[in-house]
Design a protein around this ligand. Structure first.
Ligand SMILES: Cc1cc2nc3c(=O)[nH]c(=O)nc-3n(C[C@H](O)[C@H](O)[C@H](O)COP(=O)(O)OP(=O)(O)OC[C@H]3O[C@@H](n4cnc5c(N)ncnc54)[C@H](O)[C@@H]3O)c2cc1C
Length: 399
């Protein structure tokens, strides 16, 4: 019998599988959707600075821990698979359009400095000097000020996922694609098996058995967790992105304005994102929204006549009520674990999540205290990281 079965082949499921296999366990991953249909593939790949400081919140500690691990994982993945996930410290420029934005950047600068993070407050002229492609927007009065975070990083999610896939396979992980988990059979407080429908039509069914199971099905986890006697909300929060191909790259850093951003890729592509939408499980792009994102890019960079829209896509972030992922053992089922609800930070927090879950699933004490992430906790909906808080910010920005 397989030691561990992971439900979900996104960044969280694959990272946990890799870590468990690395510890000598046999692992099987069940993934319903193609990789490019996951939130993980859809992500922008922005990693804000992640300092480790005394007063850090649980979420900040998990991000800082994961951030350190990412550097090692990127090296390992490159040497194992030859794939470069392009993790690198490119720096992030945060811009304000008006006085209110400038005072928000000022507050952000105070907060970053208190955490020991390097940051530099910029005038509009400084912004143009840092990123010449923004000069016209500065001259037209569209940018009032800026904040430079030199430690902001970026990663290329599709490459990271491809590297993880290969690394998992090299470690003997069995990845079953088109495996739709239909039911989880529980008896006497343990999972006895997982029933999957396979293939396009989903007519053939199989039962998968393992010693331990981990539910890592992103936004779909809440529904599946009900079979485990667990109520966790992993609300789908849609994000839409447009990808432009430019004749040559015009930016060096990630440019952020409120919740929207431009992410330059080394091959000349420019990612324009994103939205924060409560639209259920409708993973679609809306032409007017993509148009609005393009207008956002043009307002900063000018008309870009030689740019081509290469593609656009949408992904469903798994939002948890308090913005903290649900990580750990379930109370009702002795062999069931959960790793879901990473909302806007799943890429960044994937490595720390993987090590913590592998520790918990193998009976080791994790380096990071898992208690704040306990799946059975009572979430604090008033947290500033909550889904509701982000939906309110997104609504305010678009009004
Ligand atoms: C537009 C956008 C931008 C983002 N930008 C960033 C960013 O810059 N930085 C960052 O850190 N994070 C970012 N995120 C968030 C990040 O993408 C998510 O937090 C993360 O991908 C969640 O990973 P996951 O593995 O939990 O879920 P997913 O990637 O959605 O994977 C879920 C997996 O579960 C499987 N599954 C679901 N139901 C079933 C079932 N019944 N049976 C079998 N398998 C099932 C799916 O097929 C899939 O394989 C962004 C997200 C979006 C949408």
């Amino acid at each position: 019998m397989t030691d561990c079965c992971i439900i979900g082949g996104g960044i969280i499921g694959l990272s946990i599988a890799r870590e468990l296999a690395d510890r000598g366990l046999s692992v099987r991953v069940l993934a319903r959707d193609a990789t490019r249909d996951t939130a993980s593939w859809a992500a922008a790949g922005i990693f804000p600075p992640a300092p480790d400081f005394a007063a850090a919140s649980a979420n900040e500690r998990l991000t800082a821990y994961s951030d350190r691990l990412h550097r090692t994982w990127a090296e390992e993945l490159r040497s194992e698979t030859g794939i470069d996930n392009e993790l690198g410290q490119c720096g992030g420029l945060h811009l304000a359009r008006d006085d209110r934005g400038t005072s928000r950047l000022h507050e952000a600068a105070v907060a970053w400095r208190a955490k020991g993070t390097r940051c530099e407050q910029l005038t509009a002229r400084d912004v143009a000097a840092q990123e010449p492609a923004l000069r016209a927007a500065v001259e037209q009065g569209r940018i009032e000020s800026g904040l430079l975070l030199p430690e902001e990083m970026r990663i290329r999610p599709p490459r990271h996922l491809e590297a993880l896939h290969q690394s998992c396979r090299m470690r003997g992980v069995e990845i079953t694609s088109s495996a739709n988990v239909r039911a989880i059979d529980v008896a006497n407080g343990t999972i006895e098996g997982i029933r999957i429908a396979r293939g396009e039509g989903g007519t053939a069914t199989d039962t998968v058995r393992a010693d331990r199971y981990c539910l890592a099905a992103g936004a779909w986890s809440g529904h599946l967790a009900e079979s485990l006697g667990l109520h966790i909300e992993t609300r789908p929060i849609r994000g839409q992105i447009a990808l432009l191909r430019l004749p040559e790259q015009v930016l060096t850093r990630v440019v952020n304005v409120g919740l929207e951003y431009l992410v330059p890729r080394s091959d000349g592509r420019l990612l324009v994102g994103s939205t924060i939408e409560d639209a259920g499980f409708e993973k679609i792009t809306v032409p007017q929204t993509i148009q609005r994102l393009l207008e956002f890019a043009h307002a900063l960079l000018g008309p870009l006549p030689d740019a081509a829209i290469e593609q656009s896509w949408a992904g469903l972030r798994p939002g948890s009520v308090d913005g903290l992922p649900f990580l750990g053992a379930t109370q009702a089922c002795s062999n069931a674990f959960v790793a879901a609800g990473h909302f806007r930070a799943g890429l960044h927090q994937s490595t720390g999540t993987a090590v913590m879950l592998a520790d918990l699933m193998t009976g080791r004490t994790p380096a990071l205290d898992p208690a704040p992430f306990a799946p059975g906790r009572r979430p604090d909906a008033a947290s500033p990281d909550s889904v509701q808080a982000y939906l309110a910010r997104a609504a305010e920005a678009s009004s």
